[in-house]
Design a binder for this molecule. Structure first.
Ligand SMILES: Cc1ncc(COP(=O)(O)O)c(C=O)c1O
Length: 473
């Protein structure tokens, strides 16, 4: 049976969809974007026209015209008994909407550290000893937990191996924390824009998200943060204080102090996602982030610093919290694969040698991307980022979705600003990862410049008649 998307869920996913006229085109484009981003899975039944029209406050004719447009581009089909169902994206479909070749910058994922195959070979050579163990290892290998704890201690956060749980990447850690700590209708404070899979995880557990804006130029909105902590007393606050994804901003001392105090006063657990924290380019990462908050839970990963395919991350928390997570984990999974943990142990021990190499790689990507944008798209605002994986570029007009759809038709796949928004908006921003090769990034900017010209001139097929007079103000 197809899975069914309720009108309410679709309205939430759509956010501020009405960025151009006519409305049916804007609605069709917004649904296409959700399919491209995989936020609407293939084989999902969309809400009936009448329900969606009521939920969106538009006429049924508008929704009917949008569904017709989606059928004509092959995004949905009408199926007996299910109504309008989304189709899988694949190259077998004739439509160019489905061409997945080209440059994919939807994920900000650097290539594997070049030394990794050597480490894998070393570990494989010692496989007999590794495979002699039996039973399940829910917490993770003692040596790996010791290596991770030792790194924290060197960074000014005294940590014992008992305070570490090894996970299958940071996303798994976030999922485990959400499933263990959050009950339906609990408030969770989260930055906007943010890392979208974390927001999705918290939403799925039934949390109500309370957002605090992070501006690429001005940083964290401290008034809003203090108010949000005081008013809603969130059970948990999920933050990325260093090289925030997607803005690349790092919290100042003041921002950390104010947010830390507000969280403490509200009794909220701080969940600090450090997945990008090691990725300094111009400056070494700062030591001891939120070191004065012993109950803060930290989530780390080798996903960006070494390789996303390794799927090794961790949680650092109090011993009590680790015991609680251990008890809860068995309903999620029974531990991280042994081979990957053995590889990760050797890699964590060598991180001081690996990180400068990552920094050089990210620097060449960032510098190539910044100069290509400044040359080809001088009207865009390009932030100065000192680390992380992406630029959060200001477009000067609310055309991010339209641009991403047009670029997608010309072989460049990106995620539009609203993908990172917690409660709609962000149409004036685009995240461009600099994790790809410089030549590929330069080609991506050429495609973007051509798409931008079409989108702003109103000649893009992605935006039939944009309300440009309004959009470009
Ligand atoms: C901020 C942040 N947290 C977590 C993750 C997920 O990391 P992992 O690959 O370790 O699951 C990512 C990956 O993009 C990320 O950017």
């Amino acid at each position: 049976m197809d899975s069914r998307l309720s009108a309410r869920a679709l309205v939430e996913l759509l956010g501020l969809w009405r960025t151009s006229e006519p409305a049916f085109d804007a609605l069709a484009d917004a649904i296409r974007l959700l399919c491209l981003d995989n936020r609407i899975a293939p084989e999902t039944a969309l809400p009936a026209e009448r329900e969606l029209a009521a939920a969106l406050g538009v006429s049924r004719t508008t929704v009917a015209a949008a569904y017709r447009a989606l059928r004509s581009t092959g995004h949905i089909v009408s199926r007996q008994g299910s109504g309008s169902v989304t189709r899988p994206l694949g190259r077998t479909t004739a439509s160019r909407w489905f061409d997945r070749d080209g440059i994919d910058l939807q994920q900000a994922s650097p290539p594997a550290w070049p030394g990794l195959p050597g480490v894998v070979a070393e570990v494989a050579a010692a496989a007999t000893a590794l495979a002699s163990r039996s039973g399940y290892d829910i917490l993770g290998h003692a040596e790996l937990r010791a290596a991770i704890a030792e790194r924290y201690t060197r960074q000014g956060i005294r940590t014992t191996p008992e305070q570490i749980m090894v996970t299958n990447g940071a996303q798994h850690a976030i999922n485990l924390l959400a499933g263990t700590l959050i009950r339906r209708a609990d408030r969770v404070l989260i930055e906007t824009p943010t890392y979208p899979h974390a927001a999705e995880t918290f939403r799925r557990t039934g949390a109500r998200l309370v957002s605090v804006p992070v501006d690429v130029a001005d940083g964290w909105d401290l008034d809003r943060a203090v108010q949000a902590f005081g008013r809603t007393r969130p059970i948990l606050a999920y933050l990325m204080p260093e090289f925030q994804n997607p803005t690349g901003r790092s919290m100042t001392e003041t921002e950390r102090a104010v947010i830390g105090r507000a969280a403490h006063d509200a009794g909220s657990v701080l969940v600090i996602d450090e997945t990008t924290a090691d990725l300094g380019i111009d400056a070494p990462p700062r030591d001891g982030l939120f070191a004065g908050h012993p109950s803060a839970i930290r989530v780390g990963s080798l996903g960006k610093s070494v390789w996303g395919g390794l799927r090794v991350g961790w949680i650092r928390a109090t011993e009590d919290m680790i015991r609680r997570l251990r008890a809860a984990r068995t309903s999620f999974d029974l531990g991280t694969p042994d081979l990957e943990q053995a590889i990760a142990t050797r890699v964590v021990e060598r991180l001081d040698e690996i990180l400068p190499q990552r920094s050089a790689l990210l620097r060449s990507g960032r510098d190539a991307l910044v100069s290509a944008i400044e040359r080809a798209l001088p009207g865009w605002s390009v932030p100065q980022v000192r680390g992380g994986v992406a630029l959060w570029v200001g477009l000067g007009a609310p055309l991010s979705s339209a641009l991403v759809i047009d670029a997608g038709q010309h072989g460049l796949h990106l995620s539009a600003g609203p993908r990172f928004a917690v409660d709609g908006g962000q149409e004036r921003h685009l995240r461009i990862p600099f994790t790809a090769e410089p030549l590929e990034l330069e080609r991506a900017v050429e495609i973007l410049a051509e798409s931008w010209a079409r989108v702003t001139a109103g000649t893009s097929v992605a935006v039939t008649q944009p309300a440009l007079a309004e959009a470009l103000v």
